[in-house]
Ligand binder design. Sequence first.
Ligand SMILES: *Cc1c(COP(=O)(O)O)cnc(C)c1O
Length: 453
Amino acid sequence: MSDHRPPTTDDLLRWDRDHVWHAFTQMQEYEPLLIESGQGATLVDTAGNAYLDGSASMWCNVHGHRHPRLDAAVRAQLEKVAHTTNLGLSNPTTVALARRLVEIAPPGLTKVFFTGDGSSAIEAALKMAFQYWLQADPPRAGRTTFIAIGEAYHGDTLGAIGVGGVDRFTAMFAPLTFAAVRVPSPGGPCPHTGRPAPSLAEALATLDRTLAEHRGTVAALVMEPLVQAAGGVLVHPPGFLQGVRELTERHDVLLILDEVAVGFGRTGTLFACERERVTPDILCLAKGLTAGYLPMAATLTTATIWNAFLGTHAERRTFFHGHTYGGNPLAAAVALESLDIFRDERVLESLPPKIDRLRVQVTRLGGLDHVGDVRQCGLVAGVDLVADKASRRPYPWQEQRGTRACLTARRHGAILRQLGDTVVIMPPLCITLDEIDRLAAAAEAGIRAATVG
Ligand SMILES: *Cc1c(COP(=O)(O)O)cnc(C)c1O
């Protein structure tokens, strides 16, 4: 039924609307944009228009598109094998990556479980934590509760939304999920509800009380360290992470840190938890792991947890969990090369001036008439659009001001994504100072256009 003429751009735009069900997208209102190529921090569409990649292709691109070394790493692995399985056998590239991750992770995290995306890194962590207590010495059954932070986002599979707190994504699925116990986020007033945030001391006191109330039933506390990205770029006060680590230790509860968004340099250090010298019991990595090239995630843990799963097959202590493409060698090859680039190109050392420049620009955006709060940590920032600057009164959410700002920013040469009425600026780490200025100018044009009237 199909002829052999190559599809035209118009065909593709039509087929995109007709057949592709886009993630987190209202398809009735979807405006197609076909990105055909990229280079550095720039993306190019099928009509030849260039855009700065202001969302790092959904927060995962690190060193830019078409980095020659990353491209070469994938090609070199293709010369060997594209995929084998890690169910009961292994591959040199995947083993080398596990070793590298252990070397760079906070001390004590020596075991690596590979999956395919951030949500599945979290699912593995939740099941690992639950099963750990059943098999710990002595075993502690009844550890069925997870504690999570308000406005948290840990992915969209059922387990992950059980510990998530962004209600507009997950509320309808409540009947299908287990409900975590939530404690309020100290990361600034909730941009969606306007609820004021507790202070650092209040947040930790609430957590202490919650842990005491649920004594003996909590498997783990799950949280995004330093910045709750999808919650609206909510930045925690310094000391919160360390306080949480102390409380989880005191109450004998595991700490799962979700560095899916903040890992790999986003906050200025390789991992966010380094900033407060915290080692979690379980660390989840994804997005930036392969520098934005291929799907891969990793759940790292300690020898203590691993040991609880050891025994003969007949003892039934095995972690019966895993995904077909876990530990994929092509993804592992590009992840290894990305870590070499971090070292060879001194990527972390290059960040402070960029972070400073983003701060200057975001502060400037904060002066616009319809911008309320702005928040930044490292190379991620959130800019809240508000109906009234003085009172921070939000726009009616139905007006989709954030979406409109981002769509207009496209016409000014930048791809940005909103979270409700928060415009998020999260470029690849390779972005230049000049590109940060251009990105902010496009964001400003979008914000101005979306907030008239
Ligand atoms: C994106 C994200 C996830 C989910 O990752 P996916 O790869 O989309 O499944 C989990 N946690 C955080 C903090 C994230 O930002």
